[in-house]
Structure formats: C-alpha cells, structure tokens
Design a protein around this ligand. Structure first.
Ligand SMILES: Nc1ncnc2c1ncn2[C@@H]1O[C@H](COP(=O)(O)OP(=O)(O)O)[C@@H](O)[C@H]1O
Ligand SMILES: [Mg+2]
Length: 370
C-alpha cells in the first residue's frame, strides 16, 4: 500500500498542501511546531484512526469552517481515493467518490502503522499500555477478537458488581461459578489469540531489533498470561485450558471478594520485553527502550503484510532523536518493501538517506527538496 498523492486544506496549521510521496522513505523535516505531526495526523485519520485523540473541530484551521483531505493511494489491486471533509457542520467521507456511512469504514481500506514519542509507554508504561497495543494489533487482523474483548469486559463488570454485593450483603456467592465459567471461556479464547499473535510477532520484531543494533543486542518478547501457569501451551482451545482458567479465578475467590475486584484474567495479562535478557522497562537505556518500541511497531507492520499480503504505510513521528547514527541509518535505509513517512527536526539526518524524498515544512507550508 502506498500514498501517491495527498492534499490538505485548512487542516490544523496547514492552509493548503499537496504532496506526492515516493514509494520508499519520505523524510519530512522542519523545526518544532511547523506542521510535521499535523501531516501524519491527517494520514492516520484517513485510516479511520485518531493519532492524538483530538476532536474534529480541533482539526479545522483556526478561523476556518471545515477541513478537507484527499488522498490517492494504491494497493496491490488498484488505485483508490479517499475524501474526508469534516470539522464543520457535518462530516463527509467518501471512498472512490461513494459516500461512506462513517469514518470507521476506512479501517482496513487504508492501513498504516504509527510510531509517536508517546508510544514509548509501550515499554516504559504499565501492562495496560502493552495490552492496548496487543488489542489494537490483533483486532486489525481478526475482527472477532474485538468482539471477544467487548464480551469479556461486559462479563468482568458483572462479576465485579457481584463481588461488591457479596462483600456488602454476604449474599450471592453461589452465583460466582456462573460468571467464572463464562469468563473462563471467553478469556481462554482471548489468551489463545494473544499467544498466537505474539508467537508470530516475536521473530519479526527480533529481526528488526537485531538489524537496528547492528546485531549487537538481543531482543525477545513473550506473553505473560495472568490466568495460566507459566509455560502452559496455549495453542488449541480445549476444556483443560478452560478448567485452568476457572481454577485461577476460584483460587482467588476470597481475595477477590475482599478487594471487590477480579484479580486474575486477561485484563491483567502482560507482555514481557527483554533487551539483552533484561526487562527493557526497568533496565533499558532511552535508546534501547525507543528501539524496542519501534521494533514492536515495525514488526506489527511486517506481520500485517505477511498475513494480509498488503503492506501498511509506516508513519514514524520524531523517532530520530535519542537514536545513534547506526539506528537512524536502519530506519532511513533498511526498511524495505514499505512506504515510510518519517518526521525529524534536523536536516543532517535527512542527508544520510539514500534515495527517497525529502520535504521541508515551515509554518504549515510543505516544499519538496531534491
Ligand atoms: N486547528 C488549528 N489551527 C491552526 N493551527 C493549529 C491548529 N491546531 C494546532 N495548530 C498549530 O500547529 C502547530 C503544531 O504543529 P505540529 O504538527 O504538532 O508541530 P511539529 O512540526 O512540531 O510536529 C502549533 O503551532 C499549533 O498551534
Ligand atoms: Mg511533532
């Protein structure tokens, strides 16, 4: 998948811009607050997602009534056009000039994988950030996964409400096994999909990380399920696994009633990320943590390509700082088979790119440099 033409009008600080990125690496260079992230935000919006969680009214350039985006992109089969006019009275989204009901329909039409400085929380943050990454990544590949998660969250809320009631009134304990059974069934299905995803992601992210560090460092990721003993094989949905999950719930029953909260289950899962055999969260340097987060994201893009046959566009915002020249070189010159849009502040970085295209941005105005 590649963007062939991108036109923006009155989007954030960009009054008007038209870019024709190349199919490989495109560097967008400019000082702080000139419009680099704004450009990537527009592209992410066209994939049906929000990069900064902003409301559409915030995206309209100050003093204007609406913003307009138009993007032509080619996948393996054809060239398509998305038009997105919003931020004003009503939103109009069209694919190949046919109006869509909602922007969410763009998901899967145009796909991209993004890395922004905030994504460092994938390494530095708590387990919930890593579960969010997993949930979004698996959801892109398997729509049923999102339904399992929604179902699980509903059941969990009900079990927690029952725990509160038992704690308050001393009644209702006989109902717990009913919720445990349902949670165990859905939770086991979620665990199997998470294990499967990480199994596939692991070698890809590892290869990226090793390339990134010139083979000097090792990297590994693994699934840390909350409801299964370490080392449980989570490959086939089976009654034995469901029973293990149920046992994890019932073993903590007293504690859960006291806490009024379900303390085991896929909502407590984590993902272990090791650099040179040590947890990246507690021991990694800034550069290692950043490299680890980027390796996960680029691995995600590679896996999407392997599974769907279609390569997502990779958007890298402000990743260059804190990376040494070797790691920068990897991002600029060694991610092959993907269109990459990468922003940076420093013109010298861009000069180390072989081929590719360089754009300069100042005050929301983009110019292509030879
Ligand atoms: N709706 C808007 N209208 C006009 N300017 C905006 C709007 N939203 C943000 N900006 C401006 O965009 C600039 C930030 O652009 P951004 O792309 O985040 O910068 P950077 O180049 O550092 O990534 C800020 O100066 C901000 O005031
Ligand atoms: Mg920025």
């Amino acid at each position: 998948m590649r963007i062939t033409r991108l036109e923006l009008a009155d989007f954030r600080n960009i009054a008007s811009a038209a870019l024709s990125p190349c199919g490989e690496v495109n560097v967008i260079c400019g000082e702080n607050a000139q419009g680099k992230t704004n450009l990537l935000e527009a592209v992410a919006l066209l994939s049906g997602r929000s990069l900064r969680g902003a409301r559409e009214s915030q995206l309209t350039r100050f003093g204007e009534k609406a913003f307009h985006l138009k993007m032509a992109f080619a996948d393996r089969e054809r060239e398509q056009v998305i038009q997105y006019d919003a931020g004003g009275e009503r939103r109009k989204v069209a694919l190949n000039r046919v109006p869509l009901q909602s922007a969410a329909e763009l998901a899967g039409v145009f796909t991209c994988v993004t890395f922004q400085p905030e994504d460092l929380s994938l390494i530095k943050g708590g387990p919930s950030e890593r579960r969010d990454f997993l949930d979004a990544a698996i959801g892109q590949l398997k729509p049923v996964y999102g339904r399992y998660i929604a179902q699980y969250n509903g059941l969990l809320e009900q079990r927690n409400a029952l725990l509160k009631q038992i704690r308050r009134t001393g009644r209702g304990r006989e109902m717990l096994p009913l919720w445990d059974e349902q949670l165990a069934r859905v939770g086991t299905a979620v665990s199997i999909l998470r294990q499967d995803y990480l199994h596939k992601l692991s070698p890809l992210a590892e290869t990226v990380y090793r390339g990134f560090t010139g083979e000097k460092e090792t990297f590994s990721i693994s699934y840390e399920p909350s409801a299964f003993p370490k080392g449980t094989a989570l490959s086939v949905y089976a009654e034995e696994l469901i029973a293990l999950y149920r046992q994890a719930l019932s073993a903590r029953e007293e504690e859960d009633i006291r806490l009024q909260f379900t303390s085991a289950g896929v909502h407590r899962d984590d993902l272990s990320v090791l650099v040179n055999g040590l947890p990246a969260r507690g021991y990694g340097s800034q550069g290692q943590q950043r490299s680890a987060a980027i390796a996960l994201k680029i691995g995600e893009a590679m896996l999407l390509k392997a599974v769907t046959g279609e390569n997502p566009v990779i958007l890298l915002d402000d990743v260059m700082s804190e990376l040494d020249p070797g790691r920068q070189d990897y991002l600029l010159n060694r991610i092959r088979g993907f269109q990459v849009l990468i922003t940076c502040c420093d013109g010298a970085t861009a000069r180390r790119m072989d081929g590719g295209k360089l754009f300069h941005v100042a005050g929301g105005v983009f110019t292509e440099r030879g």
